[in-house]
Every structure is written in C-alpha cells, then in structure tokens.
Ligand binder design. Structure first.
Ligand SMILES: Cc1cc2nc3c(=O)[nH]c(=O)nc-3n(C[C@H](O)[C@H](O)[C@H](O)COP(=O)(O)O)c2cc1C
Length: 351
C-alpha cells in the first residue's frame, strides 16, 4: 500500500509527523523559515549547514545557528567539516542545544566548503566519511543522519557504494539529492538512483531534488520507496506549496495572507539576526514572496528601502487587510522564553 504524505514515520527514536522534510538551505533556513515550514505541514525541518570549526572556535555567528524554538521540533541541525573529532564535538553542542537529530553534510558542492575537505568532497573519501559518521554517532544519543549527492562527477553512482557503508557506520537515515556536485543545480535530479539506494539500505531514505507538486511527491514516493520527500527551492517565499504537496488541492493565498506571512517572516528574522543583518538578508525573500502576486515594481521598491520597518509599512499600504491576518498569525505563535535558547544575546545583536 502506498504511503500517504500525511502519514507519520520514524528516524530511529524520532517520530516525524508527515512525509515532507523542509530542506536545509544556507542563507535561507533561518528559524523563521523553519517555524513557518512546520506550520505549513513539514514534518521535519533542518537548519542550514553549520561549520564544526566555527562551533569549535565559539564563533558567535555560528553559535547563533543553534538557536532553536519550541515549535520547531522535530528539528535537525546540519553540521559540516572534515575532522571526525571536531564533528563529534560539534554534534555534542548541537544536541545540547536541543536538536532532535544531527545531520551530516556530504553534499555541499560549493568551493569554499569542498576545498576544506568537507561537504561533497567526502563522497570521494569513503573511509573518512565513515569515520565521521561513526564519531558523530558515538558522541550523541540522538539519531544521526546524512545528506549527500550522487557523487562528484556527472553520472557518478558513488552514493550507492557509500550509502550502505554510512548506515553501517551509524546513519539512521540518508537523504539523497541525486545530482552530482559538478552539476550544482543544473540538469535534473535522477531519482532512479534514489530507488536503488532504497533497495540497498534498511533505513529510511529521503528524496531531495525538484519536488514542486503533490503529484510529483506522490509519484516519487511510490516509484522509489523513499520514506519522505524533501522540499527546498519550491518553498522559498512559498510555504503554501508545502500545504499543497501535503494535502493535494491547489493553494492560492490572497494578497493579504501573502503580505502577512512576509511581515511575520521579516519580524521574526529581525529578532533572530538583528536589524542590520536582517535588512540585507531579507531582500531576496521579497521577490520570492511577491513576484507574480503583486505589481512588479513593488519588489524593486522594497529592496531599495533602508529599514525593515519601512518595508513593513509599504507592505501594509499595498495590502491593508494584512494587518488583521498578521495579528491572527501572531496570536497563534508561542511567545516568550520557551521559544528561544539561552545563548548570549550578543550572538544575535546583528552585525
Ligand atoms: C540556496 C540553497 C542553499 C542550500 N544549502 C544547503 C545546505 O546548507 N545543506 C544541504 O545539505 N543542502 C543545501 N542545499 C541543497 C538543498 O537542501 C536541496 O537538496 C536542493 O536544493 C534540491 O532540492 P530542491 O530541488 O527541492 O531545491 C541548498 C540549496 C539551495 C538552493
């Protein structure tokens, strides 16, 4: 019988309430993005990749990634690095911060990461990759998962050799984005490999890559035997797509709802990053939220504004009804101490 996207599943001891995982995306997966993803139906959310070296050195910005809200669970924090001992230390910090899962990045194709021997490079260093997973799994009581690409070069099948070894080393689940590192985001994800990986391992496999509709998600689960689908780019500025993938019917939010979600996102992000950092960080989100839904020049206007306060003001001018929707959204969110982790406030003071 085919699994339904609304069915729960398990990664080791962690129950995941739906079959949608919100993808880790550097420069995107802030707390506001993850909390929103949970509200819209993602059963599991993930932080962006966090440098184990940054954690080791107590880098304030890196520590900021360990800020976890009570309404995010279950949540994975993803770490990257190339030294087993440092990765184990990072995993302990991540677990202490409240993560339900520690995810290890063997997929990042970006040079800044691969030239340090981390990310996708480890696909070509199976011995070291396994030692990392072993060290991380031994360091923490929570399940350890791995996210990887198919291999470094186009046509590579490395993931099929490495996957079972990583499971032996202690991985409780594998996520496969079946593009090569060389491909970056070009071409398409070859999910025939996902099906092959599923047939080779006894742990849940998550399918990542090009999932943009309910139809696609259901077909992929049926065709590959994957336990869940991971949604990334389709959810940028479009949490409604998560609801659509989960429940089926098309979701067309009205302008007030779109503006209200964006205002909430802005407010939460300012709280997390501080005004100065958030103002720059948020610019890409304006286009993602508003393009095709509001007049084109609105995005151009918003990106030129100096402060997020002006952005909110301008949005309310354009969609006055958003104020009421925003109030409702805000009243439904948990507030106060329980939401944040006790970390030095200077870590989030912006800059
Ligand atoms: C902007 C951006 C940042 C990403 N950052 C990460 C990351 O930090 N860790 C990771 O494992 N994958 C990262 N990815 C890859 C995604 O998690 C996902 O595997 C990929 O985008 C394919 O899924 P999609 O077609 O649904 O976007 C990133 C992707 C994008 C577009």
């Amino acid at each position: 019988m085919q699994v339904k996207l609304t069915d729960s599943w398990w990664i080791g001891s962690v129950r995941v309430p739906t079959r949608i995982v919100l993808a880790p995306m550097a420069g995107v997966s802030v707390q506001a993005f993850r909390r929103q993803g949970r509200r819209f139906g993602a059963g599991l959310v993930c932080s962006e990749m966090v440098s184990c070296a940054g954690l080791h050195h107590g880098n304030e910005r890196t520590l900021g990634y360990l800020r976890i809200a009570s309404d995010e669970h279950p949540l994975a924090v993803q770490i990257f690095g190339s030294e087993p001992a440092l990765m184990a230390e990072a995993a302990r910090m991540v677990e202490a911060a409240g993560a339900d899962l520690v995810d290890v990045n063997f997929g990042c194709p970006v040079r800044k990461v691969t030239r340090t021997g981390a990310g996708a490079t480890l696909l070509d260093e199976p011995g070291r990759a396994c030692r990392i997973v072993e060290a991380v799994a031994a360091a923490v009581p929570v399940p350890v998962t791995v996210k990887m690409r198919r291999g470094l070069e186009d046509g590579s099948r490395t993931c099929l050799e490495l996957g079972p070894r990583l499971v032996e080393a202690g991985a409780a689940s594998l996520t496969l984005h079946p593009r090569s590192a060389r491909q970056m985001y070009t071409g398409r994800a070859e999910h025939a490999l996902t099906a092959e990986l599923v047939s080779l391992v006894g742990v849940p496999v998550v399918a990542s890559g090009d999932i943009t509709s309910s139809q696609r998600a259901r077909t992929l689960l049926g065709d590959t035997g994957a336990a869940a689908v991971m949604v990334g780019r389709a959810a940028q500025g479009n949490p409604w797509t998560l609801r659509e993938i989960l429940d089926g019917p098309e979701q067309v939010p009205d302008p007030d709802e779109v503006a209200a979600e964006l205002i909430l996102f802005v407010r939460e992000t300012v709280r997390e990053l501080g005004e100065r950092r958030a103002a720059g960080f948020l610019k890409k989100f304006y286009g993602w939220y508003l393009r095709g839904r509001f007049p084109r020049q609105l995005v151009q206007e918003l990106v030129r504004l100096q402060t997020t306060g002006e952005v909110v003001e301008r949005l309310l001018e354009e969609a006055p009804g958003a104020a009421f929707v925003f109030q409702r959204l805000e009243s439904e969110l948990p507030v106060g101490q329980e939401v944040t982790l006790e970390l030095p406030i200077s870590a989030y003071g912006g800059g």
